[in-house]
Design a protein around this ligand. Structure first.
Ligand SMILES: *Cc1c(COP(=O)(O)O)cnc(C)c1O
Length: 631
């Protein structure tokens, strides 16, 4: 593998080429009608569930198998859309999560079948499930009358769709006789089911290698796909390559005189004057405690023994026979380089399990993924990934603010942006974010009316979900009076009037106001320096919660002595068109858009006496964007 030198304390390299080659070998053992499910539980046995899932799906995996809802959710959040089956029994508290994320549970009793059915029904969905049968493993799975009851119940549960029925071998790598008996039991139970599922499956990867489960149409591939053999003798012909390599950088070199001890409890004593190295990993990194004084590591292509006990964060290795060793040398602790470093071999040194070793190794290490011999990506362990649903609203708001600040490289500006633009969108969870679409606002000065003022017609239209059975249009002659209405969600239009005017209907009036085709009724009231026009209709309540089309046309006056007109957007809006129509004698009119959002440079078009500033309908524009027309 080509790679740039990695300077981490420790890291895990994942060889996706080896993984795909292992899958090809295992697939070649399948019959033509057989599909496979890739098992990616426990972060794909420590390899990284997301990248392994992607590679497996590219190799044709029909499903992914995980251990629990959390693991499935994480994959969903990372964008995996394939079917996902949770292999272990669910807890009652998790049931709704399965429906929400469309993850398939394994069901092995009637009680949970009912719970899942109800949860699916309540959300108006059908949930695909697999039924787990106990054929001799005697762990989870339905057996005896639980099985009979479940089989009788399932056809009545209309919100469940049984996509698969499965069981699990207890000793597929070691006891073919017991496994065959399990398989027979499986088929006799299947016959008792009053329906035929799409998938039936019983084989794990060792079973596939042992030629078991030929009567099923799906297999579940785990350990062998990661290149670890479970039976050296029967699997000798399979050219499987370990996918994971665990490495560290040598951090220190020391000397010690003959007879001196190293490490806790003085468990190792130098038989000669010795040179030894310190590696910055220990059992907290998943390097098994029991490997002390037993294992070896590879440095400059030579094996050197691990000496002394494994500490939490360090181990010591004998370098006496490798004089060329240097600080910063790359050291392999687990992997494919030599047989001694394979997980099967290392775990046998202490009577452990290769499965366990893979799951625990490199707990503090980043994963580096290699594909086509190139470094393709790297990622910290997935358990550090951000899962938004795990946080309270307050915490989420704090995270958003911190993320914005980080991205902008400034806490000050970050918190400003957050407060000005985002906090009122995210602050209150109960507040649905209803944005406007197809926003069109035009302001027209007509060369009539009193000498000091333009007679002004404004016309506003947009679509939005209707919140209440009324809304307000407000007009004030002082900015502070109007500003009180900026926080209110029941106001759809605000107009700031020249301060010389009184608040009366002859200087600000509504000429037409409609929701869909409904002409609304208005009532007028002066309230703390503001003209409040309440707009409603006896049948408007039927439209609450629906997206409706608003039209608000007003007539007012604008002082001729002013040399500018500003139009601002007060809500999140998709698609904005703002235009200004003016008498020819005002020319030339300049136009300065101040936009924030997807498009900061809206399209400008002019005809004699009119300027229009426009974004396309799908472009989002943030509040406080606007246009200043100067003349
Ligand atoms: C983990 C698991 C597997 C994969 O087993 P391997 O021995 O790793 O191939 C298959 N089926 C179930 C139910 C499992 O829990």
């Amino acid at each position: 593998m080509k790679q740039n030198r990695i300077f981490d304390r420790s890291w895990v390299e994942i060889d996706l080429d080896a993984f795909r080659s292992n899958l090809k070998i295992l697939k070649s053992l399948l019959d033509s009608g057989q599909n496979f499910m890739q098992i990616v539980k426990a972060d794909a046995y420590g390899h990284g569930a997301l990248q392994i899932s992607k590679a497996a799906l590219a190799e044709g995996a029909a499903l992914l198998g995980v251990a629990n809802l959390e693991e499935g959710k994480l994959l969903r959040l990372q964008g995996i859309e394939s079917p996902i089956l949770v292999l272990s029994p669910a807890l009652a508290s998790e049931v709704s999560g399965f429906v929400e994320h469309q993850i398939m549970p394994s069901i092995s009793d009637p009680e949970f079948a009912l719970r899942f059915n109800q949860a699916a029904q309540e959300s108006g969905q059908v949930l695909s499930v697999h039924i787990k049968l106990d054929t001799g493993m005697h762990r989870s799975g339905a057996l005896d009358e639980t099985f009979t009851n479940l089989a009788a119940l399932l056809p009545q549960l209309k919100s469940l769709s049984v996509e698969g029925v499965f069981s699990h071998f207890a000793a597929s790598e070691s006891d073919p006789g017991y496994s065959l008996a399990q398989e027979r039991c499986f088929h006799s139970m299947l016959k008792q089911l009053p329906f035929k599922p799409r998938f039936i499956h019983i084989s794990n990867s060792s079973a596939v290698a042992a030629g078991l489960g030929k009567t099923t149409n799906l297999v579940r591939l785990g350990i062998l796909s990661y290149g670890i053999k479970t039976n050296e003798i029967t699997q000798a012909a399979l050219d499987l390559k370990p996918v994971m390599t665990f490495k560290a950088n040598l951090s220190q070199i020391k000397r010690i005189g003959r007879g001196e001890p190293i490490g806790y409890n003085l468990s190792w004593k130098a038989q000669r004057d010795s040179v030894y190295g310190i590696l910055p990993i220990g059992y907290a990194d998943g390097y098994e405690y029991l490997l002390g004084n037993k294992a070896s590591v590879l440095l400059r292509n030579q094996l050197c023994p691990v000496i002394g006990r494994i500490s939490m964060d360090m181990i010591t290795v004998d370098l006496t026979d490798i004089p060329e060793a240097g600080i910063g040398d790359e050291v392999t602790l687990l992997g494919d380089s030599v047989p001694d470093l394979r997980a099967e071999q290392l775990s046998s040194l202490y009577g452990g399990s290769a499965y366990e070793l893979l799951c625990q190794v490199g707990r503090r290490a980043k994963r580096y993924y290699f594909q086509d011999q190139q470094l393709e990506s790297s990622a910290p362990l997935s358990r550090r990934d951000f899962v938004p649903g795990d946080f309270s609203d307050n915490k989420l708001s704090a995270i958003i603010e911190a993320a914005v600040s980080k991205r902008l490289g400034s806490d000050e500006i970050g918190s400003l942006v957050y407060r000005e633009m985002l906090s009122n969108l995210f602050f209150d969870r109960d507040q649905d974010i209803h944005y406007r679409r197809n926003f069109k606002h035009s302001v027209e000065f007509r060369d009539q009316g009193p000498a000091e003022h333009w007679k002004t017609h404004t016309s506003l239209s947009f679509s939005k979900i209707l919140d209440n059975d009324y809304f307000l249009v407000v007009c004030a002659n002082r900015e502070d009076a109007l500003s009180r209405y900026f926080q209110r969600r029941d106001v759809e239009y605000r107009w700031l009037m020249d301060e010389n005017f009184g608040l009366t209907a002859d200087v600000f009036s509504i000429s037409s106001i409609r929701i869909n085709k409904l002409e609304l009724e208005t009532t007028l009231q002066v309230q703390d320096g503001c003209l409040e026009i309440r707009c409603t209709h006896p049948s408007i309540h039927e439209l609450v919660g629906q997206e409706v089309d608003f039209v608000i046309d007003t007539d007012t006056l604008y002082p001729r002595k002013s040399h500018q007109l500003s139009v601002f957007i007060t809500e999140l809006t998709l698609g904005v068109s703002i235009s200004f129509r003016y008498p020819q004698k005002l020319s030339p009119v300049e136009c300065i858009p101040i936009y924030s959002g997807q498009n900061r440079y809206p399209e400008l078009s002019r005809t004699p006496g009119e300027i229009t500033v426009q974004t396309s309908p799908e472009q989002g524009i943030f509040p406080m964007s606007g246009v200043v027309f100067a003349y």
